[in-house]
Design a protein around this ligand. Structure first.
Ligand code: ADP
Ligand code: MG
Length: 567
């Protein structure tokens, strides 16, 4: 059959070059990636077989197999999972679908040194392509369950790959790496050594729920067909679900490896959250707060990171019913005892028990964030930098947890140039006689600080929160107060900065308003298209004029935001 040659998509080619040329210090992870893909493929096959009787795939012995050949310097990872069709291979292996990839590749090209490159690769995770860290040629042979024809994909990672339809191929996928010479020199780096393979699988993939077997090595000097060749293969992993084991039995490293498997992230999470619910609706949850935001967190197609299991069996990825949208950055596993393996997304959306579960998980995540805030300020700061904007979306949508979200939030403020403040801290610093929490929204700290609205507050030394995220424009209108103190924009309506003094100023202002009546009427006339009214102000100290919204009007920035959203 004919062989076709294809070019990698531009981003994929650039990414490959960088993977090959970067000296990612921990090359062992390529095996974790291949095993992780094989495990996903087995999960998918089991589900598909369950839903489609006609699929006709044999699911009696689903497993992963690792085989090495020292002579030929090859390593093969094989699974009898779902496999890929010819077109799927082009789509899934030849291109990188992830929407953030182009941006990521740009960043990678701009990276100053090896360490920076490594950090970026770790953040992104290069999955299947990590094979090229150790191999100078990769051959993938696959046949999709339910199809008769197989596909062979071959590449040296240098810009092109070839595809070939093959008549005979076992169902599932095998990936064979031709190892670079440097990777077969000593025992420590020799990926054909059984010892090495055992060690890597144990370290990175022990929790994988499918057996990972290693074909027994033929003892030196024995020919094929001897006893050695028929020895039982060895299962390398313990296959124990981490969430079902007790806390003190599992190391942080093991949790982190599970996180990497489900998130496709290469960096450790910030925090691991466990939850065991007993009683009528029993479930276990193991959740992770990542240490950095994925590139596509704000895009439409972003997939939420909760996997649903039913009694240890994987049921679905991206289970949106289990986490509210504003906690979509949380990754993890939820294993429920009393659901059907056939449960659909629609059923989950309507299920009362699932709703209770989602609320409980959300509360648990928020209390964890709060705990980080007090117990581990540095990790909290990272979390807030990466996910604060998303979390604040919850102020608009999750009424029940509004106070918990506010309590776990922090904001830039005129109190300190660098450090963020919590609302609690703000309230503690409030001046005698100050009744409200003041804020101003705007594009950047600088624009806000230069705003004429700020003058009176600066003059009086009253702290103002500086809200610069687009989402801030939205939630400030729906959150009336915190701890009994109202939130007030310094740009809206009448502002009372201090009792008597203010009153006096106000009478004065009214007198002068009379005095300048003619001028004001003239200005109002000239500006009738632009403004509702023109009046004298006591809020300015230096600037001649400023635009003020009514208390219930949209701010100019909010008007822009709505415009950007096409409204
Ligand atoms: P990711 O796992 O993060 O999606 P990878 O680069 O590891 O990215 O893999 C890309 C895609 O190729 C996978 O999402 C999957 O659809 C497909 N794939 C890779 N390995 C296998 C396999 N062993 N069996 C079936 N499909 C696979
Ligand atoms: Mg993968």
């Amino acid at each position: 059959m004919s062989t076709e040659t294809f070019e990698f998509q531009v981003e994929a080619r650039q990414l490959l070059q960088m993977v090959i040329h970067s000296i990612y210090s921990n090359k062992d992870v390529f095996l974790r990636e291949l095993v992780s893909n094989a495990s996903d493929a087995l999960d998918k096959l089991r589900l598909e077989a369950l839903r489609d009787d006609a699929l006709g795939a044999d699911v009696s012995d689903l497993h992963i197999e690792i085989e090495t050949d020292r002579e030929a310097r090859t390593l093969t990872v094989r699974d009898n999972g779902i496999g890929m069709s010819y077109d799927e291979v082009i789509q899934l292996i030849g291109t990188i679908a992830n929407s953030g990839t182009a941006k990521f590749v740009q960043e990678l090209q701009g990276a100053k040194d090896a360490a920076a490159t490594e950090g970026l690769i770790g953040q992104f995770g290069v999955g299947f392509y990590s094979s090229f860290m150790v191999a100078d040629e990769v051959v993938l042979l696959t046949r999709r369950a339910g199809e008769s024809q197989g596909t062979r994909w071959t590449s040296t990672g240098e810009g092109t790959y070839t595809l070939e339809a093959v008549a005979e191929a076992p169902q599932g996928t095998s990936v064979t790496l031709r190892l670079r010479p440097a990777d077969t020199e000593d025992q420590l780096h020799d990926y054909t050594s059984a010892w090495k393979i055992r060690e890597i699988v144990k370290r990175y993939s022990d929790f994988i729920t499918w057996p990972i077997r290693m074909a027994a090595e033929a003892a030196p000097g024995t020919a094929d067909g001897d006893d050695a060749a028929v020895r039982e293969p060895e299962t390398l992993n313990s296959m124990k679900a981490l969430w079902a084991r007790s806390r003190d039995e599992v190391s942080d490293d093991e949790y982190h490896e599970l996180y990497k498997h489900i998130s496709h992230d290469w960096t450790d999470p910030l925090e691991t959250v466990r939850l065991q619910a007993e009683g009528t609706f029993e479930y276990q949850a193991l959740l992770f707060l990542p240490s950095h935001a994925p590139h596509d967190l704000y895009t439409q197609g972003y997939k939420r990171g909760i996997q649903l299991y039913v009694k240890r069996v994987f049921v679905m990825d991206d289970c949106e019913a289990l986490m509210p949208p504003y906690l979509r950055f949380v990754k993890g596993v939820v294993d429920a005892q009393d659901l059907s393996l056939n449960v659909s997304r629609e059923i989950l959306q309507q299920d009362r028990q699932i709703e209770l579960m989602r609320r409980r998980l959300a509360k648990k995540v928020l209390s964890t964030v709060k705990d980080l805030m007090t117990g581990s300020p540095e990790r909290y700061a990272t979390l807030w930098r990466e996910f604060g904007r998303v979390l604040k979306e919850g102020l608009l949508s999750d009424y029940e947890n509004r106070d918990a979200i506010l309590a776990a939030s922090s904001f830039a403020s005129t109190h300190d140039e660098e450090e963020l403040t919590t609302l609690k801290q703000y309230v503690e610093r409030m001046k005698e006689g100050q009744e409200h929490i003041y804020y101003l929204t705007g594009e950047s700290r600088q624009t806000i600080e230069n705003s004429p609205h700020m003058e009176a507050f600066q003059a009086k030394g009253i702290e103002v929160l500086l809200l610069t995220d687009p989402v801030d424009e939205l939630w400030v209108d729906s959150v009336p107060e915190f701890g009994g103190k109202q939130l007030r924009s310094v740009a809206k309506g009448e502002i009372n900065l201090g009792a008597e003094e203010e009153e006096q100023a106000e009478t004065e202002r009214e007198q002068r308003q009379q005095e300048f009546a003619e001028l004001l009427t003239w200005m109002a006339g000239r500006l009738s298209e632009e403004v509702k009214e023109v009046r004298l102000s006591s809020r300015l100290t230096v600037s001649p004029a400023c635009i003020v919204s009514d208390t219930h009007d949209a701010t100019p920035a909010l008007e822009n935001l709505y415009r950007a959203m096409g409204q």
